[in-house]
Design a protein. Structure first.
Length: 503
């Protein structure tokens, strides 16, 4: 049944009743936010095991990496990755679903990418294996059996098909995920594979979240907050198609599980999986079984909590660094685009700059998290030269200051910072404290919350000079900075400077 037939048969009032008045939900567990999925139990089932302490330790040691969104949406480049699909005309949706037939990013070089990341001081990368629009950037053996025909006579309808809808069906015919993972393993870079729970191409997945295909029973299948977004986007005019059959639901969950297990069995050790969005209460028992199966294949893979609540291991505050007084109860990476979006930005002037990266990194690490900057390549497979310049300059800053970033931990309570210009970290063994100066202080700086051990040396990372200091119980520790360092050219780095204390 297409939307026109549905509206004629049931009337506009019936269609509108699928989207009732909504109230927001919120929940918190000892493991962290539940991603507002009310159907997920607050504590995992007894058979479930989170990764080992060493996996959590390794996650918290990395501190800096890159988040790469790359897919067929890079061809049209309308921003926000595949999200513009939901606002496209029906004709553009149909054309978008055929873009893969011309996908041929001849400039892609996995080893060159990894060289950029290593030179930038990154310890990990996150890569989009499949975004919401459903195109797989890896060699999946699963098949799509139903899809939307957006320009069918009489309105959109579901039609049968038989294809993987993957990069292996493009002129490129290379498994990008394999090449990236192989290159990363050679350089000992950690791997985070992004995977969207929903799939807007495979019609078996309807209607979870803001799926472009909605169904008559949406109110029973979606969470209230999801229904609110659907109503806000589509109003009373969603594309309505029949509810999925039980067989289609089973096929959907089988394909969802198979793809996740492909990613965890075909590419060696995977350190993290960045799950995104959510499915619904109807399929949660099957998704939970998938999570148990994931743990059989890679017990130490860290899972982002989106769509799985307390079964997740880390969270990703997005486009905002938590305030110092916000307690994040799970390990976390802040994800923040370097340009305007997480995918390719063609305008070099819109990249935020090395200073922004350094200051954001210092801020997140001082609060106990890490930073993933979002940078996407072009449809050709190459990063913008300005993005490369800014990232590599960050690597040079980390060459001098990495001791205060990698493998460090946050200080307690209010000791994370002083004002807007000083951020603190500490070594894991508690022997050293690092004060990262976001602005050059001039001839001296006074730190209220640091009391160096008697007779200890205070130094600036990247410089051989021992700094003169004295402690006053009323004002704190005053450090004098030599005359030669007042000239920017004589300083060990740009953007921020780190003082090291034994305590």
């Amino acid at each position: 049944m297409n939307r026109r037939d549905f509206m004629t048969a049931t009337g506009a009032v019936a269609a509108a009743s699928v989207y009732p008045s909504l109230a927001p939900l919120s929940a918190q567990t000892p493991y962290g936010p539940t991603d507002e999925r009310s159907y997920i139990e607050p504590v995992p089932v007894a058979a479930y095991r989170h990764p080992s302490p060493s996996a959590y330790e390794a996650f918290q040691d990395m501190k800096f990496g890159i988040r790469i969104h790359w897919g067929i949406y890079s061809i049209w480049h309308r921003g926000r990755e595949s999200w513009p699909f939901l606002d496209m005309s029906l004709g553009d949706r149909q054309r978008y679903n055929h873009l893969y037939e011309a996908w041929n990013p001849a400039g892609f070089d996995a080893d060159a990418w990894m060289s950029i990341f290593a030179d930038s001081g990154m310890k990990m990368f996150a890569f989009t294996t499949k975004h919401h629009e459903g195109f797989s950037m890896f060699d999946t053996r699963t098949r799509v059996r139903n899809r939307a025909n957006w320009t069918a006579p009489g309105g959109p309808r579901i039609e049968e098909c038989d294809l993987a809808y993957s990069i292996m069906e493009t002129p490129f015919r290379r498994d990008v995920v394999k090449e990236l993972c192989d290159a990363a393993h050679k350089r000992n870079l950690k791997i985070d594979l992004y995977f969207s729970h929903p799939d807007w191409y495979d019609a078996d997945f309807r209607p979870y979240q803001e799926d472009p295909l909605q169904v008559p029973s949406a109110a029973a299948l979606l969470e209230p907050d999801d229904l609110a977004r659907v109503r806000a986007r589509y109003g009373s005019h969603p594309v309505i198609v029949p509810d999925p059959t039980d067989a289609q639901v089973r096929r959907m969950m089988a394909r969802h599980r198979a793809q996740l297990l492909e990613l965890l069995t075909n590419y060696g050790t995977i350190d993290m999986m960045c799950l995104d969005m959510a499915l619904g209460r109807r399929v949660w028992p099957e998704l939970r079984q998938t999570l148990l199966k994931i743990r059989e294949f890679q017990p130490n893979v860290m899972l982002r909590n989106r769509g799985i609540g307390c079964y997740g291991d880390y969270v990703t505050p997005e486009r905002a660094i938590p305030d110092s007084n916000q307690e994040v109860t799970m390990p976390w990476f802040c994800i923040y685009p370097l340009g305007t979006d997480f995918s390719f930005e063609p305008d070099g002037s819109k990249y935020k700059g090395t200073g922004w990266i350094v200051h954001s990194l210092a801020d997140t690490v001082s609060k106990g998290g890490g930073l993933m900057i979002g940078v996407g390549p072009s449809a050709y497979g190459e990063f913008h030269p300005e993005a490369i310049r800014q990232m590599k300059a960050t690597g040079r800053w980390l060459d001098a200051n990495g001791e205060a970033i990698y493998g460090t931990r946050t200080r307690d309570g209010a000791l994370k910072s002083e004002g807007d210009t000083i951020r603190y970290t500490r070594s894991k063994d508690g022997r050293f404290v690092y004060a990262i100066l976001i602005e050059w202080p001039g001839p001296e700086v006074v730190l209220r919350s640091v009391h160096p051990a008697a007779g200890t040396k205070v130094s600036m990372l990247g410089s051989n000079a021992d700094l003169v200091w004295n402690f006053d119980s009323a004002t704190g520790t005053k450090i004098s900075l030599p005359e030669n360092l007042q000239q920017a050219a004589n300083r060990p780095c740009d953007y921020a400077w780190t003082l090291r204390f034994a305590v």
